[in-house]
Write a protein that binds this ligand. Structure first.
Ligand code: ADP
Length: 295
């Protein structure tokens, strides 16, 4: 069962066009949606989660018309939004029990088994009686996944899940996502390239509401192989390099400024070939588009 998005567009009342003819074919497994802030990721996620209307386009999940059969979608959807509010005083056990009741798990014994297995899966068992308000960021996100998993969803949408997590919490969260069954479609939206390269077998980059590139992260990286060059420079010279070359990224390495340049040929002998990675793909797609944006 694939999620098929065709020509989806959305303009908000203030005139911002958040989605421009977005078309994606998303198979089962982990799909990464990558883009800078304001790219339109949350707008797309909210539309798929039936929380907002699109202006035009179609979305189907198997034989479900996602934009028009909202109730059907909600039955098979698990959603972890960007801002995940929790009731601070209630324990995770009681909250999961409550959500399971709302989602129609009316048999008490069945609900007990479900809640216990979710708490174990998300490593929250030992904290099950603690109030959600006392949870760390990572624990809240794991609780968010636990509630999203109730009802055996076929489509799981996770919007910017690792923002604010420390590295250990991020790894734990990634492991949890990767353990969810292969037959489920999991859409992970993020602006963190590493999250995608570690987890996803297919992905798309969106920028200013448009899909700019899509495919398998390894294949996409292969496509820029041999065209990424790096050089350590004086920071003050950066503008000159930017005038002459397509500088796709700048970062610090042991306190020194290093640039990555996209070029079919070695710009000059002072540039070294760099091993291309997904970040190079991302920046080579994003940088020129963002520079062209009116301020
Ligand atoms: P992302 O999740 O990639 O950061 P969003 O989908 O949140 O992007 O936003 C895309 C664009 O739409 C941004 O320019 C944002 O300011 C705008 N936007 C998002 N939500 C609204 C809204 N409810 N009303 C008006 N503009 C919005």
């Amino acid at each position: 069962m694939n999620l098929q998005i065709s020509n989806l567009s959305k303009t908000y009342h203030n005139g911002v066009q958040a989605l421009k003819n977005v078309s994606l074919d998303i198979p089962a497994g982990m799909f990464g949606l990558l883009g800078p802030n304001g790219a339109g990721k949350s707008s797309l996620m909210r539309t798929l989660a039936t929380l907002q209307q699109a202006d035009s386009g179609t979305v189907t999940l198997g034989d479900i018309d996602v934009l028009n059969e909202k109730e059907k979608v909600r039955k098979i959807l698990g959603y972890l939004p960007q801002e995940f509010g929790v009731y601070p005083k209630i324990s995770s056990y009681n909250m999961l029990d409550h959500i399971a009741t709302l989602k129609g798990v009316s048999n008490k014994a069945e609900r007990k088994d479900l809640v216990e297995s979710l708490l174990n899966k998300t490593n929250l068992w030992q904290f099950r009686n603690k109030s959600l308000g006392s949870y760390s960021g990572g624990m809240k996100q794991r609780f968010g996944i636990a509630q999203a998993l109730i009802g055996n969803p076929k489509l799981i949408i996770v919007d910017e899940p690792t923002a604010g997590l420390d590295p250990a919490e991020r790894v734990r969260f990634h492991n949890l996502l990767s353990e969810i069954g292969e037959n489920t479609i999991i859409i992970l939206s993020t602006h963190i390239v590493e999250d995608i390269s570690n987890l996803c077998s297919s992905m798309a980059i969106i920028c200013l509401g448009e899909v700019v590139i899509k495919g398998n992260p390894i294949t996409l990286t292969e496509a820029v192989k041999g065209r990424i060059w790096e050089k350590t420079i004086e920071k003050a010279d950066l503008v000159n390099y930017q005038k002459e070359l397509q500088v796709i990224s700048t970062y610090l390495k042991s306190g020194q400024t290093v640039i990555h340049v996209l070029s079919d040929n070695q710009p000059d002998l002072s540039f070294k070939p760099s091993v291309a990675n997904l970040e190079d793909v991302y920046f080579s797609e994003i940088t020129t588009r963002m520079e062209a944006m009116p301020v």
